[in-house]
Design a binder for this molecule. Sequence first.
Ligand SMILES: Cc1cc2nc3c(=O)[nH]c(=O)nc-3n(C[C@H](O)[C@H](O)[C@H](O)COP(=O)(O)OP(=O)(O)OC[C@H]3O[C@@H](n4cnc5c(N)ncnc54)[C@H](O)[C@@H]3O)c2cc1C
Length: 423
Amino acid sequence: MIDVVDVAIVGAGTAGAAVAALCAERGLSTICVDRRPLHEAGARWVNGVPAWAFGEAGLQPPQGEELRAADHVFHLVVGWGPSRLTLRGHGLLEVDMPRLVERLQDLARSAGARLRGEVEITGIEGTRLRLADEAIDARWIVDASGLSGARLLRQAPVPRTDLCAAAQQVHALADPKAARAWLAKHEASEGHTLCFTSVAGGYSIVSVRVEGDSVGILTGSIPALGHPSGQRLLDEFVAEHPWIGARRFGGARAVPLGRPRDVLAEGPVALVGDAAGQVFSAHGSGIAAGLLAARLLADTLAEGGDPERYAVRWQRRYGGLFAAYDAFRRFSQGLSVSEVERMIEGGLLDEASAIAALRQELPPLPLSQLLGKARRLLRAPGLAARFAPVAARMVAAQGLYRGYPAEATQRARWCTWAARLLD
Ligand SMILES: Cc1cc2nc3c(=O)[nH]c(=O)nc-3n(C[C@H](O)[C@H](O)[C@H](O)COP(=O)(O)OP(=O)(O)OC[C@H]3O[C@@H](n4cnc5c(N)ncnc54)[C@H](O)[C@@H]3O)c2cc1C
């Protein structure tokens, strides 16, 4: 059997389900398939997502049980403390991802999209997607199949040094009194996030939030740099804290860091989400980027544009921001605890810049002034010397991506420049 549609989407996680909903709402005939059962598609844990991203993507923000916390106090602790930044007014939402994915899938269905689970895409020929014993013909094809998905544009594997091994689990509280005592020891209260950073290499975190009768734990690190994985950090933390009870839900997976893919579309095929490397590298967050890409792609196709037009628009609008923070990520992953402390003392890392990073926005200080700030760090000359070229790269990324070429023939040259300046 052959299905014929405007848009066929591979992957019904957040990015794919959002593309399906937004395309169907705009009147495009849409089909979205996932190799897993639909109720198991996408992220199965709790994610932090900046609230503004929902508005910009044209989606209602999470509410009710989908929303686990909003704008809560966030302690960014250096190592296991005591040095910290306490962040308020950051606008981050703690989102129950299985519920968000379900809502996006429901939106897609009610707008007329067809969704099918347990359907694996095995290949592509022109505008035809191959399934086990059938095919889908589509005008446009969207690869939203994540990091290790269908690779419809033959995306190269992500280097292991650009992979964050993350884990997130929600557990019951076995001993609420002991949990409160632990929070008090770390000068935090119920509902706050205590995010211990650089505990296994500069990039790593163990982030803990106790609320009601449960505790959420998020961990991540880059194992290829010689550090324990997020899952191991999480298991060790649970084993060392007997007040943490039985696991309720969660999961673990690799997140692609690194700059977004240079080529986000080719002919009829567009990439979105993790498949496109659209992840905010500084903290390995891909939900907001995937939703924004879904909106831009749906708008572009509905306006009569094509995937390549979407790719140019995404790179010009968001590419510089993502590439700039990836330059910062590669710098910060090499920092020791005492170097992060020195960055805070020198004012290079403060509440405003940490909130901007959580919100996935450029720092409030113009990037060019970051260079001046770095010089003030000269009291720590080694650190300043290492940071200066990073600040320069962050500035260069803005200009480079604003000039992302509309013509495919000029793209190879742009990619060479991007690699030379940024990698
Ligand atoms: C533990 C953990 C914590 C995280 N925390 C955060 C956070 O706080 N904030 C944040 O923004 N991000 C976070 N992330 C990252 C975020 O979860 C991902 O960026 C996001 O889930 C990517 O969404 P996606 O839709 O692009 O891909 P996925 O969620 O990977 O969905 C892809 C879907 O495609 C399907 N698929 C794959 N191949 C095929 C095929 N051949 N045929 C059909 N279907 C296929 C898969 O079954 C899957 O359902 C975290 C990640 C992890 C692992």
